[in-house]
Design a protein around this ligand. Structure first.
Ligand code: AQP
Length: 333
């Protein structure tokens, strides 16, 4: 948390238990970056309610999300870790920025189109305005860089447009953030539908590995993973999506490259391969699960982390929000 470091911002939805997709695709990279940047990592509960949630589960998932992030290795002495709903500046800035964003821009967002389909006739306004909330998240902290996967690139582009529009209309107010392209942007696919992203809110429990899944459960899920009839461990994303996905997961868990993995399982059947992947993932998750258990009961420690972090976050966010309010013309004494 040093002032002279560049600011990096990212968020994660407490919409279920985190999966190995969230871990290998995002959290692990956050842990690697936490010493190099002034990092803000937000549990984006305001974003989570843009699709239906059960209140009790959302509350539980939120607490567990925080502990999982700590168990994965985020150090509260280095990063600012907080809940989005604890910092009202996010909602306030969103409202203001809604007035500097066009309907056409939001209607073009691919994620909106995808998720709206699932909401049938009554599409929530919050789902539509989701990218504006994301812009507010990022812009409140004068963020330099945002790690983004393919699916969030469009939202970051819009954030940049909104920031520039506001800056040009008034005077420089927001830093215009850049995308952060990590060395390895793992995209982990569903174990049951390897052409779709692995998602924590998937209704099919066999489609994902949650970070808290036990060893037996992990191995069982990998055994059931969809592959193909070739019985050859070879990386080919278009022809062998299932096997390639398992190879990617194995590579993330062990650090081995695809050529090495192909050699290791050459001449062996998918049974051995799947067991190997299951064992490697269970091994990689073991220390996280142990740390998680340790932290779970330590409610006072967790509370202390949150209140310290939230205090700092509110201070930083209010600085930007006050500037914005002044420029827009809100009256103050
Ligand atoms: N399968 C994945 N592979 C790689 N990265 C992934 N991420 C999510 N799934 C994968 C990355 O995790 C970060 C936090 O994601 P999020 O929870 O904010 O939203 P999401 O991408 O919508 O994640 P889920 O698990 O699919 O959630 P639900 O089911 O609620 O929609 C992001 O950096 C994301 O790229």
């Amino acid at each position: 948390m040093e002032e002279n470091k560049k600011v990096l911002y990212s968020g994660i939805q407490p919409s279920g238990a985190f999966t190995i997709g969230n871990y290998f695709g995002a959290i692990k990279n956050w842990v690697d970056l936490q010493s190099d940047y002034d990092c803000y990592f937000c549990i984006v509960d305001l974003h989570a309610i843009t699709v239906p949630q059960v209140a009790k589960e959302l509350r539980k998932n939120s607490y567990e999300s925080l502990i999982t992030l700590l168990a994965c290795g985020l150090d509260p002495e280095k990063v600012t870790l907080y809940f989005q709903s604890h910092v009202s500046a996010h909602a306030e800035l969103t409202w203001i920025l809604n007035n500097y964003t066009y309907m056409g821009e939001l209607g073009r967002m691919t994620q909106f189109k995808d998720k709206a389909q699932k909401q049938g006739e009554n599409i929530r306004v919050g789902l539509y305005s989701y990218p504006v909330l994301m812009a507010a998240d990022i812009l409140l902290y004068q963020t330099d860089v945002v790690p983004v996967g393919e699916d969030q690139k469009q939202h970051l582009e819009l954030t940049r447009d909104i920031a520039s529009r506001f800056n040009n209309l008034y005077s420089p107010t927001f830093k215009v953030p850049e995308p952060f392209i990590g060395e390895k942007g793992g995209r982990i696919m569903s174990l049951q539908e390897p052409t779709c992203k692995m998602s924590k809110s998937d209704e099919n429990n066999n489609a994902f590995i949650a970070l808290h899944d036990g060893r037996d459960q992990i191995i069982k899920k990998f055994k059931r993973a969809i592959t193909d009839s070739e019985a050859e461990v070879r990386y080919d994303k278009s022809e062998k999506a299932g096997v390639s996905n398992l190879m990617e997961i194995y590579s993330c868990a062990t650090g081995k490259d695809y050529a090495e993995i192909e050699r290791e399982f050459s001449g062996k059947g998918y049974g051995d391969f799947k067991s190997g992947v299951g064992e490697a993932v269970a091994d990689a998750l073991k220390p996280i699960q142990e740390k998680y258990k340790e932290l779970y009961e330590d409610k006072s420690y967790i509370k202390e982390i949150i209140s310290k972090s939230t205090e700092r976050t509110i201070r930083t966010a209010s600085r930007t929000l006050s500037k914005v309010k002044k420029k827009v013309g809100f009256f103050e004494f």
